[in-house]
Design a binder for this molecule. Structure first.
Ligand code: NAD
Ligand code: DAU
Length: 353
């Protein structure tokens, strides 16, 4: 039986974190959920409007790079469990500013590990540090093969190098101090509340506004896509039933070449916007490639299915259509998050290249 009561979720105002917070707050009224988030450009409390008044939910504005603040948080709430999602998450931004990624993703993670270790005082019974990571730590695949939990790490961007480093620290705290940890490595997520710097929401926004769709290189890169609510369900499953010290890969069994995905997205958008079929494809513009662009990611998530019974619930076409519907009915959200600093980032990333 699970006796955990006080749970820290970091990065809960971001894309995946907000879905995890919502799931835990609604599903576990007996848990006290504390969402600690710095509220960077990617963090938005509007993502949690529907649950912000619930009795079992608290928000704390905390920068995980600040060790004193992280310690105070542990002191105040006496956490039993941590689900750590806070991170700088966008590969293109990591190419522009690697140091920020080292600070949040590596130093921030070590600050959390230290606080957990100090407050749990080596009595780790009924405690858990769950670290949420990415399939990008495994590097890049050729035409064949899948990433398994045994695949050697080979990170190739500043983002994936910082995530790989944080994974190593989590495992080192298990090995050295006996910290109860679990790690999951997931493929590309899509769904509501994703910041429109990532491929799918960026392209939905551009199609809506008749702006060019900047496809890197020839668009022949492959990713595995998972609906974000399925990722949140997987995190719930692993948090409650995962084996201590283990790693679980999470994926959609759903590989798409970028250009095929983009054409599918164009056809869904044409239908939803009442445009002539094929018209949005005219917006596709091939632009300079991302430096060091990983060719293919593909995840073998069979361990999670075999051992804990999780599998994705949605077919991609259905999930993509739901996602498009969400962005089209939440236009104000998109307008708000794409004003201000976003405009400078967009100019720098796309209009000068
Ligand atoms: P996101 O960028 O949407 O959200 C990140 C959140 O972390 C934001 O709310 C931000 O304010 C917060 N944050 C950033 N720096 C912080 C700091 N110093 N202190 C406290 N909070 C801070 O990211 P996401 O896409 O939701 O990803 C969440 C996690 O899942 C990350 O660890 C990421 O590496 C991992 N992941 C993401 C994907 C994906 O496809 N998006 C896939 C696999 C794994
Ligand atoms: O695999 C998991 C990872 O997926 C997560 O760890 C990251 O946090 C998340 O950002 C995502 O990384 P990617 O780099 O794969 O996602 P992104 O949406 O940036 O790009 C998806 C693909 O689309 C990739 O091959 C690059 C391409 N792309 C992206 C953008 C933003 C374009 O062709 N044009 C673009 O403008």
């Amino acid at each position: 039986m699970n006796t955990m009561k006080s749970i820290l979720i970091t990065g809960g105002a971001g894309f995946i974190g907000s879905h995890v917070v919502r799931l835990f707050v609604n599903k576990y009224p007996g848990y006290s959920i504390v969402n600690a988030d710095k509220l960077t450009y990617a963090g938005n409390l509007e993502n949690l409007k529907d649950i912000e008044d619930k009795d079992n939910y608290t928000f704390e504005k905390v920068d995980i790079v600040d060790a004193v603040a992280v310690n105070e948080l542990f002191e105040k709430y006496k956490f039993d469990g941590v689900i750590h999602l806070a991170a700088e998450s966008h590969v293109d931004r990591s190419i522009l500013n690697p140091l920020e990624f080292i600070m949040t993703n590596v130093v921030g993670t070590v600050n959390l590990l230290n606080a957990a270790k100090d407050h749990w005082k080596d009595d780790f019974s009924n405690k858990l540090f769950y670290h949420v990571s990415t399939d990008e730590v495994y590097g890049s695949l050729g035409e064949e093969g899948l990433f398994t939990e045994q695949t050697a790490y080979d990170p190739r961007s500043p983002y994936s190098a910082s995530k790989a480093s944080s994974d190593h620290f989590v495992r080192a705290y298990d090995n050295t101090y006996g910290m109860p940890v679990v790690i999951s490595n997931c493929s590309n997520n899509y769904g509501s509340f994703q910041f429109p710097e990532k491929l799918i929401p960026l392209f939905i926004n551009n199609i809506k506004n008749n702006k060019p769709l900047p496809v890197y290189g020839k668009g022949d890169y492959t990713r595995d896509w998972l609906y974000v609510e399925d990722h949140a369900e997987a995190i719930d499953t692993i948090f409650h039933r995962g084996k201590l010290g283990d790693t679980y890969n999470i994926g959609g069994f759903n590989e798409w070449q970028n250009i095929d995905l983009i054409k599918l997205l164009c056809s869904i958008m044409d239908k939803k916007l009442g445009r002539a079929v094929g018209s949005s494809e005219g917006l596709i513009t091939f632009v300079k490639d991302r430096p060091g662009h990983d060719k293919r990611y593909a995840i073998d998530a069979s361990k999670l299915n075999r051992e804990l019974g999780w599998s994705p619930s949605l077919q991609f076409e259905e999930g993509l259509e739901k996602t498009v519907d969400w962005y089209l009915t939440n236009e104000e959200w998109l307008v708000r998050v794409t004003s201000g600093a976003y405009l400078n980032y967009y100019k720098n990333q796309y209009e000068l290249s």
